[in-house]
Ligand binder design. Structure first.
Ligand SMILES: Cc1cc2nc3c(=O)[nH]c(=O)nc-3n(C[C@H](O)[C@H](O)[C@H](O)COP(=O)(O)O)c2cc1C
Length: 350
């Protein structure tokens, strides 16, 4: 493909450019990869119900969620090790999200410091994804630095107390290049030993969320919520939002598709929480379906990596522009002038 017209075109370009073991790292999921596949397939199980003759001469894709004013309701999900997809790494992703008018969530395992990302992309809207280190002093320091660098929210990832069994990674028998990750280097410098992912604290519980949300001035979201029960707990312990996510099918294989979990989370959240979703979003019509079911925004993980691997900043921008254009077309064809007009009645089971 020379001129990608859809996200799958970018996926093919990325597969040509990425080499093992990194291709397996970015593309793979846990176990039999059932959940990873189901995230995408769930969108195919829904049918859209368009309304006609509704004056769609002027369609906007703009939304506001948790104080973020976004030109399109698609953020870039936290993805680790972006310099392994392209030498420009996180800085390129951040610049692309700024150009597209949306936001980027910077991973704890980024291959650049949050200050470097912020200064490489001064116009970018950044959020900070948090993995909680056993070294709580370091954790506090990382959150404070992220907020000082301008991050507009903290996204606490709750679905990685331990790492899922990712077989494409195991087959490669390779080690994560942790010296490229400033947060891990900082943990080492403070005396932490062991495998990079074992530096994270598996004892984190809802009390920690309460501590975190009362200690920062920006909204806190819990990423990795798949049940109404946990949405209620998130609201009770100070979260401003949740991300319905199964980590792109990289953690527990066999959990449901995020789109299937969305309605129960939306119902439990009521008007107390903003609900975002990630996993399997590959089309503007997928964005419309998630919003019709009550999400306020979605995030894309692998598609951003495909763009980055294919063409750096320009590639990520290309991915976001395709999603914006597809969403605009979907909204018009559903009879909606804006995402706010999407209703549950715009979707039905197949
Ligand atoms: C290569 C890769 C690395 C990821 N790294 C992180 C991470 O550091 N922190 C995190 O919270 N989620 C991480 N995720 C999960 C994503 O944020 C997101 O939940 C997932 O990719 C969404 O599914 P999608 O790839 O189908 O869009 C990662 C996902 C991938 C594919």
């Amino acid at each position: 493909v020379d001129d990608p017209v859809c996200l799958a075109d970018y996926e093919r370009l990325a597969e040509e450019r990425l080499e093992e073991p990194w291709l397996g790292y970015f593309a793979g999921g846990a176990g039999d990869e059932r959940t990873m596949a189901d995230n995408v397939e769930a969108f195919g199980r829904l049918r859209l119900r368009p309304r006609v003759l509704r004056d769609v001469g002027d369609v906007s894709t703009r939304v506001t969620t948790l104080g973020l004013d976004l030109a399109l309701p698609v953020l870039v999900a936290p993805v680790a090790y972006q310099r392994r997809a392209h030498p420009d790494g996180e800085a390129a992703t951040a610049r692309a999200t700024a150009a597209a008018g949306t936001a980027m969530c910077v991973s704890t395992l980024a291959t650049a410091t949050v200050e470097e990302v912020a200064s490489a992309a001064p116009d970018a809207t950044l959020l900070h994804q948090l993995y909680v280190f056993r070294d709580r002093g370091l954790t506090v320091e990382l959150v404070e630095r992220a907020v000082a660098a301008g991050c507009r929210a903290v996204v606490l990832t709750a679905d990685l107390p331990v790492v899922g069994k990712r077989e494409r990674e195991l087959r490669g028998a390779w080690a994560l290049p942790e010296q490229e990750v400033p947060a891990v280097a900082a943990a080492r410098a403070r005396g932490s030993a062991g495998h990079a992912l074992s530096l994270f604290d598996p004892t984190v519980d809802w009390r920690y969320l309460e501590e975190l949300s009362s200690s920062v001035d920006v909204p806190v979201l819990v990423k990795g919520v798949l049940t109404g029960e946990d949405a209620v707990l998130a609201a009770e312990h100070g979260a401003a939002g949740v991300v319905v996510s199964n980590h792109g099918g990289r953690q527990l294989d066999g959990v449901g598709a995020t789109l299937d979990a969305l309605p129960e989370v939306v119902e439990a959240a009521g008007d107390r929480l903003q609900v975002w979703l990630d996993g399997g979003v590959r089309r503007g019509s997928h964005v419309a379906a998630a919003l019709a079911l009550g999400a306020s925004a979605v995030l894309v993980g692998r598609p951003a990596v495909w763009g980055l691997a294919a063409a750096g900043e320009e590639g990520v921008r290309g991915v976001l522009e395709i999603l914006r254009d597809e969403l605009e077309t979907a909204l018009a064809l559903l009879g909606c002038r804006s995402p706010a007009e999407l209703r549950r009645a715009h979707v039905a089971p197949a």
